[in-house]
Design a binder for this molecule. Structure first.
Ligand code: IPM
Ligand code: MN
Length: 357
């Protein structure tokens, strides 16, 4: 097949990790006889420096004219001045909003070969395999806000409508149907009105999916259960900010923030694929970032936007094979063990992919 992929490396380690994933997508194309065309564009802080806008018109039109977007990360200290009017993160929010990417899929699993490195006991990590469905275009990220630079008041509004909750709930229920048929909806219904609407709406959607067992959890106690009994969970659906926070927490289960991929989807097949980690300015430019989250995001891109399920699975198992063979970037290496650069790690995945694919 032919596909056009827009690559938004962004800031910090973003371009380093997307470069590794692009090389692997090229390998996937070569192995499967596909033609992938890559087009790069400015996004985030580097786009502010070049054009004054984190999501320039030219970038937007390249994204409009492609099958999927592979994104690195945005942000960095040079654009973090609290009084700045234009911020890299605004580009990301506008990208999500422009394409109506309301469902952010964040799969979380554990890796037995990394268990020795994990801060949690190995038996807690056994059988952990969950999928977060984070609502991505609503809540406090997009509600009315007022920022008073020199005043003493500021507010954000956590706002949801029934259709917004229904559509993301349906994505989560459908995902649960293909998995262990268990959905946990996370909210703060004992305090927040938007959470009460959330819970009521999820309940109303539930009868459409009689084969899925639904339960609800309050976000504070869920945050604790996520670490205490992580293998109990299958699919988790939650609002934008809770999902942001909980998935960083869940990354501890996978061994590193660098391991987790994500897919941001709307109604069609177009999607934006990015690791859940940030731009990590402290290690940027050193070539040592863990590209796994971005490689696994590329696998999700193959699966959801290009309908190449076999290729996606092959890339995912190549990552596992590379990890099993001892390939480690600094963040997941036990002390004294050999450490690979981002590019070397990618190369190990490529070797494994040739054997699997
Ligand atoms: C994420 C990030 C973003 C978010 C930031 C960079 C705006 O933390 O994708 O999880 O909060 O959604
Ligand atoms: Mn986040």
């Amino acid at each position: 097949m032919q596909a056009t992929i827009t690559v938004l490396g962004g800031d910090g380690i973003g371009p380093e990790v997307t470069a590794v994933a692009v090389a692997l997508l090229q390998e996937v194309a070569a192995l499967g006889g596909h033609t992938f065309t890559f087009q790069e564009a400015l996004f985030g802080g580097c786009a502010i420096d070049a054009t004054g806008d984190p999501f320039p018109t030219e970038t937007r039109s390249l994204c409009e004219n492609c099958d999927a977007v592979l994104l690195g990360a945005v942000g960095g200290p040079q654009w973090s001045d609290p009084s700045a009017k234009v911020r890299p993160e605004q580009g990301l929010l506008r990208l999500r909003q422009h394409f109506g990417l309301f469902a952010n899929l964040r799969p979380v699993r554990t890796y037995p070969m990394l268990a020795g490195h994990a801060p949690l006991r190995a038996e807690l990590l056994e059988g952990v395999d969950m999928l977060f469905v984070r609502e991505l275009t609503g809540g406090a990220y997009f509600g009315a806000r007022q920022e008073q630079g020199d005043g003493d008041t500021a507010y954000d509004t956590m706002i949801y409508t029934v259709p917004e909750v229904q559509r993301v709930a349906r994505v989560a229920f459908r995902a649960a149907q293909t998995r262990r048929k268990h959905l946990t909806s996370v909210d703060k219904a004992n305090v927040l009105a938007s959470s009460r609407l959330w819970r009521r709406t999820v309940e109303q959607v539930a009868p459409e999916f009689p084969d899925v067992r639904l339960d609800h959890a309050l976000v504070d106690s869920f945050a604790m259960q996520l670490i205490r009994t992580p293998s109990r969970f299958d699919v988790i659906v939650t609002e934008n900010m809770f999902g942001d926070i909980l998935t960083d927490e869940a990354a501890v289960l996978a061994g590193s923030l660098g391991m987790l991929p994500s897919a941001s989807l709307g109604e069609g097949t177009f999607g934006v694929y990015e690791p859940i980690h940030g731009s990590a300015p402290d290690i940027a430019g050193k070539g040592i970032a863990n590209p796994t989250g971005t490689i696994l995001s590329a696998a999700l891109l193959l699966r959801y936007s290009l309908n190449l399920a076999e290729e996606a699975a092959a890339l995912e198992s190549a990552v596992i094979k590379a990890l099993e063979s001892g390939a480690r970037t600094a963040d997941i290496a036990e002390s004294g063990a050999p450490v690979l650069s981002s590019a070397e790690f990618g190369e190990r995945v490529r070797v494994a992919l040739r054997k699997v694919g």
